[in-house]
Design a protein around this ligand. Structure first.
Ligand SMILES: C[S@@+](CC[C@H](N)C(=O)[O-])C[C@H]1O[C@@H](n2cnc3c(N)ncnc32)[C@H](O)[C@@H]1O
Length: 495
């Protein structure tokens, strides 16, 4: 990071939260001598005598610097000490730009920029997520209104700091500068980078990406990918304007589908029934058909299982009489079953720990399942799979069921969710932690959705074709259907 500074050795440099002074030491070693620093924790072992043990948040705003460099504190509002919250509550900058959904490091970025001279450089390492979230928009827009990002180094899940699992970025930003291109470096190794990796910029894939745009999320992708993401959103916006009222925002999956995380047994091996032939009729009637994440493939399932699932209020002796085989099996796990987290209930040994969203899953309609977490380092698709009306999702699966207002077929939604454009959209807009994309309710609900205009024959034709080819693909696994699906989706979205 020190090597990214282009100002000369006499420039006025600030480290706003210097900890034990690693940056200061490195700056000194590189010949920078005009150094300033803040740190609130005076108990830290820091040998640099010039450090001011005061909060940077309240430091005089009129002190200007040529370079501000560091690793600011990342703390969510709810985890902030009372004293720091009180300080923020009276900070004019915090009050103007941020709120309690924002992270503590936002003020370090924004205030640092305020305190840079024109052409001053801000070089920070911090988590990546704020480039993409809604509540950090004011910070991003402030940055673009006052300068430009010139370099970004993305480390994804590489273990930069011991015990911290997060995707980190180093960014360089220049105040009052207009730059069209950002040099974007993606770190390719899984292990911690060595000094040589960093200085020589080996182990990075470099790409020039266009400058970010005010009002938009910061998507670390080239123009082509950004265009495809933006045009997906535009197509969904245009359709919402046409079909609903002119003030309507873009439609999203959550407007047309209910989404629910799968049920939690608390001890799957106890509830999973592998041999149903020995069961009596009551026991068979108490089985549910389930999919776990490992059962899912793109479009369809490859395996499945049956779980014992009982909701009746029943005594242990009655349970043993009615469900003898299940009882024997559960008893062999009794100790572990009783240790399960009970979500505040008086949990019987034979009950699921958390049968969440059961009412939703009982609906008699086909549904789409997706693993609630998916690693995308080695694949270019997600596994949205169809499931029939009697199949339940377990804990590591999230289910999508149509709401009443949704006229499109569930197979249209299945094809759409499995499409390349949704994959790209989710890769850059979903909840992505390192190489893992999360599919809980909120990120799934936020996927843009393109409704069909049922008055437009061409659209209805495309919809019906997509449904037909998707059903055929699920049934026959003949991959030719996939190109027909793609062609029809392209007609809907891009023509
Ligand atoms: C992530 S650590 C980084 C320390 C140092 N920059 C480094 O990289 O080793 C963040 C530091 O910020 C300090 N800090 C937290 N709030 C601060 C504030 N309001 N003003 C100055 N320093 C602060 C913490 O005490 C901690 O030492």
């Amino acid at each position: 990071m020190v090597a990214l500074i282009t100002h000369d050795r006499s420039s006025n440099i600030l480290e706003p939260s210097c900890g034990e002074g690693v940056f200061l030491t490195s700056l000194k070693e590189q010949g920078y001598n005009n150094l300033n620093a803040y740190e609130i924790d005076s108990s830290l072992n820091n040998s640099h005598h010039f450090v001011r043990y005061e909060s940077f948040v309240s430091a005089p705003i009129n002190e200007k610097y040529d370079v501000i460099i560091g690793n600011p504190p990342y703390i969510r509002w709810k985890n902030l000490e009372e004293e720091l919250k009180e300080e923020l509550e009276v900070s004019p900058l915090w009050k103007r730009y941020f709120n309690s959904l924002c992270d503590y490091f936002f003020i370090f970025i924004l205030k640092s920029i305020e305190q840079l001279n024109d052409n001053g450089e801000l070089i920070f390492i911090c988590p990546e997520y704020w480039m993409n979230t809604t509540h950090s928009r004011t910070l991003r827009d402030y940055m673009l209104n006052n300068g430009a990002v010139t370099e970004i180094y993305l480390f994804k899940e590489a273990p930069l700091f011991e015990g911290v699992i997060s995707s980190f970025v180093i960014f360089k930003y220049i105040k009052s500068q207009r730059t069209e291109q950002i040099s974007f470096y993606k770190y390719l190794k899984k292990s911690k980078p060595t000094k040589e990796d960093l200085i020589g910029k080996t182990c990075f894939e470099r790409q020039d990406i266009p400058q970010f745009v005010i009002g938009e999320r910061w998507i670390l992708a080239n123009t082509e990918k950004r265009c495809s993401i933006v045009s997906l959103e535009k197509a969904c916006e245009k359709q919402a304007l046409l079909l609903f009222d002119s003030d309507a925002n873009m439609c999203r999956i959550g407007d047309f589908c209910d989404i629910g995380n799968g049920m939690v047994s608390g001890l799957d091996k106890a509830f999973c029934v592998t041999d149903t032939s020995v069961l009596n009729e009551d026991e068979k009637a108490a089985l549910i058909h389930v999919y776990k994440a490992k059962d899912l493939q793109q479009y369809y399932n490859i395996t499945d299982s049956y779980y014992f699932f009982l909701r009746d209020n029943i005594s242990e002796s009655a349970f043993r009489r009615r469900y003898p085989h299940i009882y024997t099996k559960l008893c062999s796990y009794r100790e572990d079953l009783l240790k399960r987290y009970s979500y505040g209930r008086n949990l019987q040994m034979w009950e699921f720990a958390f049968p969440r969203n059961e009412t939703l899953f009982k609906k008699e309609q086909e549904r789409i399942f997706v693993p609630c977490k998916e690693r995308i380092s080695h694949k270019q698709y997600f596994r949205f799979a169809i499931a029939d009306s009697t199949t339940y999702p377990l804990q590591d699966v999230t289910a999508i069921l149509k709401k009443q207002n949704c006229k499109e077929s569930i197979y249209y939604i299945l094809a759409y969710l499995n499409s390349g454009m949704v994959f790209e959209w989710l890769k850059y807009n979903g909840i992505v932690k390192g190489e893992i994309v999360e599919f809980s309710e909120t990120p799934l609900a936020s996927i843009p959705y393109r409704c069909i205009n049922w008055d437009d024959e061409r659209e209805v034709g495309c919809h019906n074709n997509i449904v037909k080819y998707t059903q055929q693909y699920v049934k026959t696994k003949d991959i030719q259907n996939l190109s027909f699906i793609e062609a029809n989706l392209n007609t809907l979205f891009y023509e």
